[in-house]
Design a protein around this ligand. Structure first.
Ligand code: SAH
Length: 448
């Protein structure tokens, strides 16, 4: 097989990244935008030892599950790389990811629920982080083409709250009119690297964050004045990221005007959210995810609860009034501050959040003799560490509720818990990210 060769492929599978998978002369070929059951004529883009990448030239046989979308760029940029698959099949794809991982781990007996559908399938995101670059001499916002840093200009981000898209475009126009240069990542020059916009579903408050190379620039006062006029915008923050890096946010935030946080609500509980704090992005689906997790915990008024990887305390504070006490761990200091302030804001006096790495703090707690009845864990994609698992078990919980955004590390960690005397018999996938291949899942481990 050679680069630029045109070959006919029968797509047999969908990779976890939502690429069509085909086999050709002993090679595995990944084809963007192709769906299982399709026959395509494809152009080879890149050849490795055992696998290759190709792109569709022509669809010869179309899948009945293919849906027409307005913009191919949504799929090509990875903004919504499953958008061409019908929603029912997206849900099934996510469930299959979990089923297959369990099979590989010889855990076939574990039941996998139907993926819980999201109330909104588009426009569901309460936050957008979009790159800003110069394209043909003009400042553009958009998204990077998959596996590259070519910016594809966009004004409709499809999965984002349309109110956020409106603000993104207005800010883009303000930057253009004031001749503010976009960031140039080759020379680490220019100015605005990303726009980060967050909107509260409960209050409508909108926070705009300009991620910039410098902590100040000549046009900032005028730009700020104009952003202030955009309906709904309640704060402008400048995030200073001077480094040559792919990491989006820098370490320091400067409040240019307005409120230092936005306020949102989950169920009965109100939350203030700082710029660097994590907040679940699908506002309507989050209470369903939490309800599922909380129901499985079967909490009692006497329970001592640990909320690990707590963010701003959304899970712990949602249960605090029904249990004896909550103690939380979170690595982002501002989020910990938010969590403790949010406890106060909601008149909750039995919850306390601590800053630190879960894998370091949990062993210290276990050593001190701190015990728990129920632990919630909600780690980032890399999952838990063996040190964390061992220490968590030492605190003696009856139940451990695991919320995961990466079923591969989740299944790995669940096996570790099994070795340490816990068992589980069911996993429920929840669709937090329609149109993308991301899978969220919940399970409960019970002490044997
Ligand atoms: N439970 C929260 C947050 C989940 S996201 C919610 O539902 O909103 C995962 C959180 O883990 C993020 O807030 C992230 O900052 C935090 N985190 C990442 N690595 C961590 C670590 N090693 N120790 C503790 N917290 C960590």
């Amino acid at each position: 097989m050679e680069k630029n060769q045109i070959i006919e492929l029968e797509i047999t599978d969908l990779s976890y990244e939502a690429m069509g998978v085909a086999h050709y002369e002993g090679m595995t070929v990944f084809v963007t935008n192709a769906l299982p059951g399709e026959v395509v004529s494809a152009k080879v883009l890149k050849v490795k030892k055992r696998f290759a990448f190709a792109k569709i030239e022509k669809i010869i046989k179309k899948s009945p599950n293919r849906v027409e979308i307005e913009l191919n760029q949504w799929v090509q940029t990875g903004l919504a790389s499953l958008a061409h698959l019908s929603y029912d099949q997206q849900l099934e794809f996510k469930r299959e990811q979990v089923v297959n991982l369990l099979k590989k781990a010889h855990l076939d007996q574990v039941e996998v629920g139907q993926t819980v559908p999201s109330p909104d399938q588009t426009g569901y995101r309460n936050k957008a982080q979009v790159p800003v670059r110069m394209v043909n001499g003009q400042l553009e916002i958009g998204f990077f083409r998959k596996h590259s840093h070519d910016l594809v200009p966009l004004t409709n981000f499809f999965t984002t709250d349309p109110e956020i898209d409106r603000v993104l475009v207005k800010v883009r126009d303000i930057l253009r009119e004031n001749k503010v240069p976009a960031y140039d990542e080759v020379h680490n020059s220019g100015e605005v690297r990303y726009l980060d916009v967050r909107r509260s579903q409960a209050t409508g408050e909108i926070m705009v964050i300009l991620v910039c190379l410098d902590k100040d620039f000549a046009q900032l006062p005028q730009v700020a004045e104009e952003i202030k006029q955009i309906a709904g915008v309640t704060s402008l923050v400048l995030n200073h990221n001077p480094k040559k890096t792919n990491v989006i946010l820098g370490k320091t935030d400067y409040l240019v005007f307005g409120l230092p946080q936005i306020t949102d609500r989950i169920g009965e509980v109100e939350f203030k959210i700082s710029p660097e704090s994590f907040f679940q992005i699908n506002s309507k689906q989050t209470p369903r995810l939490y309800d599922l997790a909380i129901k499985q915990a079967q909490l009692k008024p006497t329970d001592v609860v640990i909320d690990a990887y707590s963010g701003i305390g959304t899970i712990g504070l949602s249960v605090a009034k029904h249990v004896k006490s909550v103690r939380g761990i979170e690595v982002v200091r501002d989020a910990v501050k938010d969590a403790n302030n949010n406890a106060e804001l909601n008149d909750i006096h039995n919850a306390k959040y601590f800053a630190g790495k879960a894998e370091e703090l949990m062993p210290r707690w276990a050593k001190k003799g701190i015990t728990s009845d129920v632990i919630f864990v909600d780690p980032p994609r890399k999952g838990l560490t063996p040190e964390f698992i061992e220490a968590a078990v030492k605190t003696g919980p009856q139940k451990i509720v695991y919320i995961s955004c990466n079923p591969a590390t989740m299944v790995r960690d669940l096996q570790e818990f099994q070795k340490q005397g816990y068992d589980f018999n069911r996993i429920d996938p929840v669709d937090m990210f329609p149109q993308t291949p991301h899978v969220e899942a919940v399970t409960v481990l019970t002490k044997k």
